[in-house]
Design a protein around this ligand. Sequence first.
Ligand SMILES: [Zn+2]
Length: 82
Amino acid sequence: MICCKECVDLLYEYIEGSLDSGTTKSLEEHFQECPPCIAFFNTYKSTRTLCRDTLNEIEIPDEVRHTLQSFLKEQKKQQEKK
Ligand SMILES: [Zn+2]
């Protein structure tokens, strides 16, 4: 089983469809047992195409928003490293 942190780490690849089928399956199993991760996934999926600044205008739970913001920050950091 994968944990929530791994779930968040894999989310980008999952949306891009670049995960292997075994990992995809574990991720989907995790979603079934973890509503917060589903909420995060849905939020991420619907906001990833938007500008990061619009994040504050979207009505999502504070907890999810904070997770999402730190996730996007982390992604930005990783992109800058390349
Ligand atoms: Zn989870």
